[in-house]
Design a protein around this ligand. Sequence first.
Ligand code: CA
Length: 235
Amino acid sequence: MTDAPRKILIAEDEAKIAALLADYLRSSGFDPVCVDNGQEALHRLQGGAFSALLLDLMLPGVDGIEVCRQVRQYSSLPILMITARVEEIDRLLGLEIGADDYICKPFSPREVVARLRAQLRRAEGRLAGLPGQLTAASGGFAIDEVGKRVFFGDQPLNLTQVEYRLLRALVSQPGRVFSRDHLLDHVHIDNRDTSDRAVDSHIKNLRRKLQGLVPSGHECIGAVYGVGYRFDPPE
Ligand code: CA
């Protein structure tokens, strides 16, 4: 392993904000590189060697959403979106765009660094296959809030971000019936697909992933007709 400071790409077209971020990152032990447009960000990322991307939503040319979408096609690099548009947040974190976290403008640089570190820990834990702090839930399930993973026993489940948020909600309150509306509102399923079917299709995928894991074919996620879903922990 190297002790060289980790390179962080900052894509931000407002020079003052970019300089503020770069200064703060540098004084926090990172090696920031600034670009002021999306095209350049994509180009630099192809060159590799970055540990994370701080990405402004509104960039000239290729905007932040498109940059994020393109990077996600080949990389799980941690991406923190910077936005003044709170109404976009669900979409940014949704499946289609796939940012890892967001920071609202105006922000404190301290918060940016804290969030960046959390995402780096998550990414590094994922690489090492190590759990962060595990919180026991029910039925042998445990939540890794830092790595944003769910474990069954010592097995991490291979979940998408949306599946993670869904399962986390369900296992944290076993027996509680969650309506589809509640799940849509609280799990950041892509805003543009706010149909019950979106929930159902994520649940279907989750069930499939749980099936091979839990003994004797116990169905962990029960459907409550006309209402929604409930977590029934295995014995
Ligand atoms: Ca901007």
